[in-house]
Design a protein around this ligand. Structure first.
Ligand code: SDX
Length: 392
């Protein structure tokens, strides 16, 4: 063993960044977007309005809203040649694999004419990404289940359009359920941005080199896929299915305490209190199950009992483990008809506005430099090369 280098304890991390977009107080369970509490936005606003807020810093006037929504509507279509990318994937490819590949491919269609140092062109790329993600995500789903693609319609709002592109089939008319559309829109709002989480930091780091925004968003999607991050909603529903009935919860909790597995959808790097998004998610689950699912859905009963038990158990209390946004989202999305493989795709669709708003904020800062996280070196001190014939 060799002594590790002594490192200069005085160096400061370059990981921190300044941002005016989202504020989280993990101890209080507070989440603000440009100063507005997430609970008020989820209850009174809508996703397109929240997109304007995140990108431009203010809630839009009626005229600004209409113009902004129209600009998104007019960019929902994809280049006709783009659809051929989907054909290259195996049918059983995970929809997140398709998202990583196809969103990265957007660089080949919309990047060459883009000057990222021009604010107007940055805004156009943001609008294109926000507008096209639902179309790409719906195509990833349709390709995965072997059904024909459904084109976007300009007479539907953002959530309605997405639901129709996912669930409409040529054989019959599809009427969007208003409860599902409202729940979908609210779920998008809850997932829109969340400060410097792993995937947003990935987008910022990739963007700091001057890479085009489409490639940066593809990098964010790749990071979000992980089960400790955006992939947790898929894992949480699988966990609830494995528990099956409330009487199995005590045995499951013992396994968590024995560190055999984690309680998916619980815990957070920042929240050491109840994730305010989980509160709204739970209300959404109630509404959707009552409208299109089973109000007595056994998985929802297991989730509520699991939450009740965990919130009163010393193991979780002393570790400040509370439900996060992923704990109830899976139940809601499943009741809406989405397979678990689509859960993180929906998360990436919603988070695109947060990623691109944070990217815009960074690129728009003239003092911005390429990111360069520091390390604490723990390897061998300097030593001389040993020719192979002299090695032991
Ligand atoms: C998201 O950053 C963001 O903002 C992310 C996100 C966003 O909007 O972008 O909010 C979205 O990613 C939400 C998190 C989704 N992930 C999960 O639900 C997966 C399960 N959660 C864990 O993997 C975990 O809670 C993390 C990764 C989310 C946070 O881990 P931390 O902050 O590093 O906590 P930790 O590992 O230091 O945990 C402290 C203790 C440890 O026990 P001890 O070693 O002290 O005995 O708590 C335990 C951990 O083992 N612990 C859990 C647990 N999470 C932490 N034990 C059981 N179940 C869990 N879920």
């Amino acid at each position: 063993a060799t002594d590790a280098f002594t490192y200069d304890p005085g160096f400061t991390s370059t990981a921190a960044c300044e941002s005016a977009i989202t504020f989280i107080d993990g101890d209080k369970g507070t989440l603000l977007h440009r100063g507005y509490p997430i609970g008020q936005l989820a209850a009174q606003s809508n996703f397109v309005e929240v997109c304007h807020l995140l990108l431009h810093g203010e809630l839009p006037t009626a005229e600004q809203y209409e113009k902004f929504e129209r600009s998104i509507t007019m960019h929902t279509m994809l280049h006709a040649q783009f659809d051929r990318f989907f054909e290259g994937f195996r049918r059983d490819a995970h929809p997140m694999a398709i998202m990583v590949g196809t969103v990265g491919a957007l660089s080949a269609f919309y990047h060459d004419s883009l000057d990222i140092h021009d604010a107007r062109q940055r805004e156009i790329s943001a609008i294109r990404l926000i507008a096209k993600m639902p179309t790409i995500a719906a195509r990833a789903y349709k390709y995965h289940i072997g059904q024909p693609f459904v084109s976007p319609r300009n007479d539907l709002n953002y959530a309605e359009n997405f639901l129709r592109m996912c669930f409409a089939v040529p054989a019959e008319d599809y009427v969007v359920n208003p409860v599902m559309a409202k729940a979908m829109d609210r779920i998008f709002t809850l997932h829109a941005d969340h400060e410097q989480n792993a995937s947003t930091s990935t987008v910022r780091l990739a963007g700091s080199s001057g890479a085009n925004p489409f490639a940066c968003i593809a990098a964010g999607i790749a990071c979000l896929w992980g089960p400790s991050h955006g992939g947790a909603n898929e894992e949480a529903l699988t966990m609830l299915k494995e528990i099956g009935t409330p009487d199995k919860i005590p045995e499951f909790i013992e396994g968590v305490k024995a560190k055999k597995y984690k309680l998916m959808g619980f815990g957070h790097r920042v929240y050491k209190n109840y994730d305010p998004r989980a509160t709204v998610m739970k209300e959404s689950a109630d509404e959707v199950l009552a409208a299109v699912g089973d109000p007595n859905d056994p998985l929802f009963q297991v989730a509520k009992e699991l939450e009740r038990i965990a919130l009163n158990d010393e193991y979780f209390i002393e570790r400040k483990l509370f439900p996060n946004v992923d704990f109830y989202s899976g139940i809601t999305l499943s009741a809406m008809g989405f397979p678990t493989s689509m859960f993180t795709v929906l998360f990436s669709l919603a988070r695109t506005v947060g990623w691109i708003a944070q990217w815009q904020e960074m690129i728009g800062d003239p003092t911005q430099k390429i990111g360069r996280p520091r390390q604490l070196y723990t390897g061998p001190t300097e030593r001389d090369y040993v020719p192979i014939q002299n090695r032991g």
